[in-house]
Write a protein of this length. Structure first.
Length: 122
């Protein structure tokens, strides 16, 4: 899946149809979430925290997003594979553990991000 996202990212660079950027909080989830029944994502597949994936109610499953950590400017492309986080928490995204690590907020647990849709799904 990382290769598919990298290709999508390359194809979208300079795209005139880039969606507007959303701004909000991102948290992350990892291996502890894979225990028991909770390990199945909304797309029906088993969660793998080593992939660059995201959970969101705001974007359709299969969408590819470019996520930028506002604290340090680091970016990662992720695919929406699940639903979450709980809207009551006021968060836009839950990212996989590897995506949070790539954005360098794994230790903090939550950060402020900008989100740009690279490949929309309907």
């Amino acid at each position: 899946m990382k290769h598919a996202i990298a290709i999508a990212l390359l194809l979208s660079v300079g795209s005139a149809q880039a969606a507007p950027i959303a701004h909000g909080k991102a948290s992350w989830y990892g291996y502890e979430w894979t225990v028991g029944k909770r390990g199945t994502m909304a797309n029906g597949k088993r969660f793998n925290p080593a992939t660059y994936s995201a959970a969101s109610y705001e974007y359709p499953l299969g969408s590819v997003l470019l996520v930028t950590n506002n604290a340090n400017g680091k970016q990662v492309a992720v695919m929406v594979t699940d639903r979450g986080p709980a809207r009551r928490l006021g968060r836009l995204l839950d990212l996989s553990e590897s995506a949070a690590t790539a954005l360098d907020y794994h230790e903090a647990g939550i950060t402020t991000v900008d989100v740009k849709v690279l490949v929309p799904k309907s």
